[in-house]
Write a protein that binds this ligand. Structure first.
Ligand SMILES: Nc1ncnc2c1ncn2[C@@H]1O[C@H](COP(=O)(O)OP(=O)(O)OP(=O)(O)O)[C@@H](O)[C@H]1O
Length: 273
């Protein structure tokens, strides 16, 4: 899959503040997304994960602080320049009515097309490769709306892959996918990072899948990064309590050694129910 072999780039943010009108969400976030690795952003509902992803991808303008893409302030860069380097799949995307899968995946090529610059063969190859990679080739001519939730989600991810950026930000990409497909997707994304030098930042809700596949975990709460590091270092009962207010035992996967959490209902919670 040579088209996916890119040198990884660098995405960093410092003292990031962002929100919606008067609503402040991000409260001084510093992050450096590890190059050529898979980083997973975790946190309770409403903790600001999507807001951070959108601000890093230039979709949302920060009220304070900076995002740098290869050392250049991303909010001072132009849209096409950014879109050639960074692809983002937001949460719950909606396809325009009547769009076929092939057309949807083809939208990933827009940043590479222009009045003066057109390479239909390169576009066709990128679209075909991305569809094959996400196993959606058989749906190429079907309406996106006529697919199941999981099939549609794979098409959206194929669209981002067709963009052929070295940075890929995915907000809850496993939504609608059955467990086997979730595992396959994470294995594939991990390969994109490790074998093809891509830099991936994902928002996930499944703690155990995150611990199993991420190189780095970043845990957020109330618009701030509380802790980050390797799954072995940060996936502890104390941190899960601190970030999620979750009571859990931490075990080890006997095969890989990855930490696994087993949540339980504490006596305090029992009494409150
Ligand atoms: N467009 C918006 N306008 C106003 N408030 C918003 C908007 N989008 C998100 N928010 C608010 O910002 C806060 C953080 O939302 P965000 O989507 O970043 O959290 P999250 O960690 O991704 O949550 P989840 O896990 O539920 O997806 C929430 O209180 C949410 O209600």
């Amino acid at each position: 899959m040579p088209a996916y072999s890119h040198p990884a780039s660098r995405l960093t943010a410092d003292s990031l503040h962002a929100g919606y009108d008067a609503k402040r969400i991000l409260q001084g976030v510093d992050i450096a997304v590890a190059e050529g690795q898979l980083t997973v952003l975790l946190g309770p509902n409403g903790s600001g994960k999507s807001t951070l992803l959108k601000t890093l991808a230039r979709t949302l303008t920060p009220s304070g602080g900076h995002v740098y893409l290869d050392g250049k302030d991303i909010h001072r860069s132009n849209t096409r320049e950014v879109a050639q380097r960074l692809g983002i799949l937001p949460q719950g995307p909606i396809a325009p009515e009547g769009l076929s899968v092939k057309q949807l995946v083809g939208m990933g090529r827009f940043p590479h097309q222009g009045f003066w610059k057109k390479d239909p063969q390169q576009d066709a190859n990128a679209i075909a490769e991305a569809m094959a990679y996400m196993h959606v080739t058989e749906f190429a001519d079907r309406d996106v709306e006529a697919l199941s939730g999981g099939q549609r989600q794979r098409c959206w991810i194929a669209m981002v892959l067709a963009q052929q950026t070295d940075l890929i930000l995915l907000d809850e990409p496993t939504t609608f996918l059955d467990l086997k497909v979730q595992v396959e997707l994470l294995a594939l994304l991990s390969r994109l990072a490790h074998d093809h030098g891509r830099t991936l930042l994902l928002v996930l809700h499944d703690l155990n899948l995150a611990a199993a596949y991420a190189d780095h975990l970043v845990m957020m709460r109330d618009g701030q990064i509380v802790i980050s590091g390797t799954p072995s270092d940060v996936f502890t009962a104390a941190n899960l309590k601190r970030v999620f207010d979750l009571d859990a035992h931490i075990l080890r996967d006997p095969a890989s050694g990855s930490p696994v959490c087993v949540p339980f209902t504490s006596a305090t919670l029992q009494a409150a129910l």
